[in-house]
Ligand binder design. Structure first.
Ligand SMILES: [Zn+2]
Ligand SMILES: [Zn+2]
Length: 332
């Protein structure tokens, strides 16, 4: 069985392991179909995440099938599921308020606890959710990153005809632009990379611009998804009076035009991951019903044995989502 580890910063390792133990209690054993490579997977590999633990099995965007279950597991063998890759304790003050996404004892798969880039792995059934049969594997592997977007957009209550700008067209930015368009907003997507803008345009009727092409325009809602200082600062300038700025990128620092934000009564939201299962259910709902071909955000699917090429493409800055295929992969 193949499993992909980050042994230490800058060292990916495809390990060949014996089969996994049997699941116990509420656990299930999952046979992985696809795993999506995320910006945070690249961050762990590059040694950029201070809370990462090494060695760690990579991966948290996961769709697979339950092949074995413990006696108290919530779902049956054969169920296709996606995984919640951020644990929560259910007992801390934040969990008690329903804020499980910022649980004080949260652990993140593939970062500070073993992830799911493994042909088989075991997880508590508390952290899996079945996906409907009519949701393709390609859309199902997007449920986790798309749930981030669903959660972020819920902060700003986007309505038809609202003017929305998305600054930064990484995978989350692209999906945010498409979802805002699906909500009926008039959407402008901003990125320096023309390839990303082309990809957004291929998914929905969205206006696309380079950052320096915006002059004096303002928007009811601005989503910052680039995670860079300049992008955050530009996003803050783009919000119309009474508007909302939603920050999902992880820039370390930026300078805010405080007087402008105060005088214009702009609401600033930070948004991190999602509430489980609600945002997952919503994400699944939109992925099933949106007419937009959102799976085009996936640039390429590589067999897991080609993990080096896959990580290289993912970190090139010239790709959308890169996915690893684990099913039907023989060891070479
Ligand atoms: Zn992710
Ligand atoms: Zn908690």
């Amino acid at each position: 069985m193949l499993a992909l580890y980050v042994a230490k910063p800058n060292e990916l390792e495809l390990r060949r392991l014996e089969t996994v133990r049997s699941p116990q209690g509420d656990e299930v054993k999952i046979k992985l179909i696809y795993g999506g490579i995320c910006g945070s997977d690249l961050g762990v590999l590059k040694g950029k995440l201070p809370h990462a633990n090494y060695p760690v099995r990579a991966g948290h965007e996961l769709v697979g099938v339950i092949i074995e279950k413990g006696e108290q597991a919530a779902y049956d063998i054969g169920t296709r599921v996606v995984v919640l890759p951020n644990t929560y304790c259910g007992a801390c003050d934040l969990c008690q308020k329903g804020l499980t996404n910022i649980c004080r004892h949260k652990q993140s798969l593939g970062i500070n606890t073993d992830g799911g880039f493994s042909q088989e792995f075991i997880i508590s059934s508390k952290y899996v959710l079945p996906v409907p049969d009519d949701l393709s594997d390609e859309k199902a592997v997007l449920v986790e990153p798309f749930a981030v977007v669903v959660h972020a957009l819920s902060k700003a209550r986007i309505e038809p005809t609202m003017r929305v700008a998305v600054v930064g067209c990484g995978n989350e930015g692209m999906m945010a632009a498409v979802l805002a368009r699906h909500f009926g907003a008039d959407v402008t997507a901003v990125d320096v990379n023309p390839l990303k803008l082309e990809t957004v345009k291929a998914m929905a009727d969205i206006r696309t611009l380079a950052p320096d092409a915006l002059s004096g325009e303002t928007f009811d809602v601005v989503i910052e998804a680039a995670g860079a200082r300049e992008a955050v600062e530009q996003a803050a300038e783009l919000v119309a009076p009474g508007g909302h700025l939603v920050l999902i990128g992880l820039a370390n620092e930026a300078t805010f035009p405080v007087v402008r934000l105060v005088r214009n009564e702009v609401t600033v939201h930070g948004s991190i991951i999602y509430r489980f299962p609600d945002d997952y259910w919503q994400a699944i709902h939109y992925l099933r019903t949106m007419p937009h071909p959102i799976e085009r955000v996936i640039s390429r699917i590589f067999p897991v044995c080609d993990y080096e090429q896959a990580y290289e493409l993912a970190s090139s800055g010239n790709a959308g989502k890169v996915v690893l295929r684990f099913k039907e992969e023989e060891e070479r």
